[in-house]
Design a binder for this molecule. Structure first.
Ligand code: IPD
Ligand code: CA
Length: 282
């Protein structure tokens, strides 16, 4: 069993490298941008092509495994996590960055068995940084061991977050109100590189103390989640409860003290779950 997952992880790393090099090449070219749920939810042919490449390769090598991918779900595939070994994939995390040539774009591949993450691979392809973690075996960037920051003072911390792609004014107001409260704790600063997966890897690397967001999807955070915990960090819901991969809410932090300091300030809201029945989605 153990060897089988190692095999799958090696395959994920090879796929992420291949996918990342296609993404990196595509940044140089003109691209046709299409819209998904709104005028700020973008997708390109590269997102779709890279996801298909990953699905085809996984299906060939691991025919019994299940697959949840951002673009497959957008095309109507179900988004349900079962006990079956499941690949949870974002082919291009940071599509808006990709479209604008903003240099943080990641390929994110998480893998869960019995609904628990076994490994995660995030390839920040413009920077050429390969982040990996396997359950119980630590987290690495380009082969170097990662450790979260040991900071316990929120006032000495940098916190990462994002604005996401929901422009409803009530949602935007809550995002700003949470950021305002956190900034005024005060903290050293707020950052965000435009990809959830990379933000989580920055928590794992110890250069930001935490990352939180409401509105992300399971494919944005699955790989990053195990990279954070294997680097010594913690995950929770924005209400302080356990992380639910399908709930579209996440806090990833270096430790519980910092996570709970943020949780206290977040004006939480509840987006439609990733695994909500299709008829409830627009
Ligand atoms: C998005 C990025 C972004 C986050 C959004 C995600 P995508 O993923 O991770 O940082 O703010 O919530 O949807 O659409 O670029 O794959
Ligand atoms: Ca994406």
């Amino acid at each position: 069993m153990t060897d089988l997952w190692q095999n799958a992880m090696d395959h994920a790393v090879a796929l992420a490298k291949k996918a990342g090099s296609l993404v990196r090449d595509a940044v140089q070219n003109d691209m046709k941008v299409m819209l998904k749920s709104s005028s700020v939810d973008l997708v390109t042919k590269t997102d779709q092509m890279v996801e298909q490449l990953i699905i085809d390769s996984v299906k060939e090598k691991f025919p019994t495994h299940s697959f949840i991918g951002e673009e497959s779900v957008a095309a109507g595939e179900p988004c349900v996590l079962t006990d079956n070994p499941t690949w949870i994939v974002d082919p291009v995390d940071g599509t808006t960055n990709f479209v604008h040539g903003y240099p943080f774009v990641a390929v994110s591949i998480g893998f869960a068995v019995n609904r628990k993450l076994e490994f995660g691979v995030v390839y920040s392809c413009i920077e050429d940084k390969m982040y990996t973690a396997r359950k119980g075996k630590g987290a690495f960037c380009n082969g170097l061991l990662l450790n979260v920051s040991d900071q316990k003072e929120i006032s000495q911390s940098i916190i990462a977050t994002e604005f996401g792609s929901n422009r409803d004014t009530e949602v935007v107001d809550k995002i700003f109100s949470s950021m305002r409260k956190i900034l005024c704790l005060p903290i050293h600063g707020i950052r965000g590189v435009g990809t959830a997966a990379t933000n989580m890897c920055l928590v794992a690397s110890g250069c930001v103390e935490a990352y939180y967001e409401i509105g992300i999807h399971c494919w944005d955070i699955a790989a990053g989640a195990i990279i954070v915990t294997e680097a010594g960090g913690v995950l929770m819901d924005v209400d302080g409860g356990p992380l639910d991969l399908m709930s579209r809410r996440v806090v990833a932090a270096n430790n519980k003290i910092i996570a709970e300091s943020i949780v206290k300030e977040i004006d939480a809201f509840t987006p439609l779950r990733d695994d909500a029945p299709p008829e409830t989605k627009d």
